[in-house]
Design a protein. Structure first.
Lengths: 171, 75
């Protein structure tokens, strides 16, 4: 029971790298194939598929499945857990466990944002043409003065912030 | 199997309870936002316009603009 628990922990940690590799002598998890090559596809949105997790059962497991057909009150706790593990790969608690994937994701996102910033900087230095005359400081100052002369938005907007007597922005 | 019997969890009425709680919260938040907008934005704006136009002299305003030289129809 504990050997199987320890082995299943090892299998789960190296789930993707150990397709079909198993030591001779363990029981429920030595089914040869692993997902996605079996019919068992469980995910958080579809947690209990029709196919059981272990389809190739050894003699001990087949005997247990026969016993399951009788009254469940006669099953011991360990047998019930074994039947659960035959049917399902992970418990809900195991399936819902947290991971540190978000750190990788955020790190990748920030890294590529930074890389993009470097590209854009290079573009600004080597690719962009001259700014148009309307974006120079003198032109922008004359534009602002004209808007203030026309009293644009005098109630709550721009001209309302300008003091026309002192010719400066209101404090 | 388990040493002490667990309390039976709530089995029914889960959606109704959730909907009622969210409905109450939504109403409170909506009313709060509306009240805030009325007294934080709408009333000050009405007051600003009223204050602006109380002693507004449109001819004086026009003369200032004309002197600044922005019109094309007159100097």
């Amino acid at each position: 029971m504990f050997f199987r628990a320890a082995w299943s922990l090892v299998l789960r940690r190296r789930r993707l790298g150990m397709r079909g590799i198993h030591s001779p002598g363990d029981t429920a998890h030595s089914q040869g194939k692993m997902t996605p090559y079996t019919g068992y596809h469980a995910q958080r949105s579809y947690p209990m598929p029709d196919e059981p997790f272990c389809t190739e059962l050894n003699a001990e497991q087949r005997a247990l499945k026969e016993k399951e057909k009788g009254s469940w009150a006669q099953l011991s706790h360990a047998e019930k857990v074994a039947l659960y593990r035959l049917q399902f790969n992970e418990t809900f608690a195991e399936m819902n466990r947290r991971s540190n994937e978000w750190k990788t994701v955020m790190g990748g996102v920030f890294f590529f944002c930074g890389f993009t910033a470097l590209l854009i900087w290079w573009q600004r230095v080597y690719v962009f043409p001259e700014k148009p005359v309307t974006l120079t400081d003198e032109w922008k100052a004359k534009q602002l003065q004209r808007i203030l002369d026309m009293k644009g938005n005098p109630v709550q907007g721009l001209a309302s912030r300008w003091d026309y007597e002192k010719k400066e922005w209101k404090k | 199997m388990s040493s002490s019997a667990l309390t039976k969890p709530q089995m029914r009425g889960l959606l109704a309870k959730r909907l009622r709680m969210h409905l109450v919260r939504a109403i409170i938040v909506s009313l709060g936002v509306a009240t805030f907008y009325k007294f934080g934005v709408a009333e000050p704006r009405k007051k600003a316009y009223a204050d602006f136009y109380r002693n507004y002299d449109s001819m004086k305003d026009f003369e200032e603009m004309r002197k600044a030289g922005i019109f094309q129809s007159t100097k």
